[in-house]
Design a protein around this ligand. Sequence first.
Ligand code: HEM
Ligand code: HEM
Length: 224
Amino acid sequence: MNLSTHPERVTAGGTAAPDNAAATRRILVWDWPTRIGHWLLAGSFAVAWLTAESEAWRNVHVASGYLFGAVIAFRLLWGFVGTRYARFSEFVKSPRAAWNYLTSLLGPRPQHTVGHNPAGGWAIVALLVLGAISVLSGWLTFNEVGGELFEELHEGASNAALAVVGIHLIGVATGSLIHRENLVGAMFSGLKRGAAIAAIAGARGWAGLLLLVWVVAVVTFLMR
Ligand code: HEM
Ligand code: HEM
């Protein structure tokens, strides 16, 4: 496909820009902590969800919940000190920007962003906040603090997070189809379509390793 005539507007952030003929190559967008963190989040959330109702699996539920929480804590920090597209300042845009992005999908010139799109950015914030509430209230319930209140909050936040995961998956599938780009593959390889100048400088392998050490340390410490 000749992307120089592609009707999408390709931008590094969430705003519209003229067609960019240079945006044909695959460039590094997601660093290692973002990729490793994502699949740890997805996996631990799934395990926590599947083991939620069973007393017999309570330890697995709690351990996967701690793992999920440890990744969220790291991700919150990485949102300030990470590489370009991992930063909150890059993908948390105004509600209007999110709306403009969504409505552009219905028109002939859908906006295309190199990093997270402005609507996806809000789903990410919601997942991180609901996930943090779920972990904290689960921890309090587990330690028999607050009784019914935190138990209800735990279940409510977890259900809400699951609903946002559903929206997240619909968004990923829709974005992949409309932009003709495999977004799931990109979360593994780190590579997306974009202009060479928009690439991040390095994959931060050392920070990926740090994330792994951190989650193992947190889960081991809390489950001791
Ligand atoms: C098999 C299930 C899943 C798939 C295929 C998937 C896929 C993706 C993809 C492709 C992206 C990048 C979107 C973009 O290009 O802007 C992404 C981002 C994200 N997803 Fe998922 N996801 C899954 C499950 C989950 C779950 C269960 C959670 C959390 C409960 C989650 C949380 C996130 C977060 C926080 C991001 C932002 C990544 C970052 O910048 O750190 N995902 N996901
Ligand atoms: C991804 C994170 C988590 C998710 C999605 C999640 C989800 C859930 C859900 C949906 C339930 C309700 C099950 C039912 O219907 O009875 C539940 C129960 C429970 N969770 Fe979690 N949880 C998470 C993390 C944690 C953590 C970190 C802890 C403790 C440190 C924890 C401790 C508990 C306990 C003790 C219960 C039973 C509450 C009761 O007696 O009803 N959870 N969890």
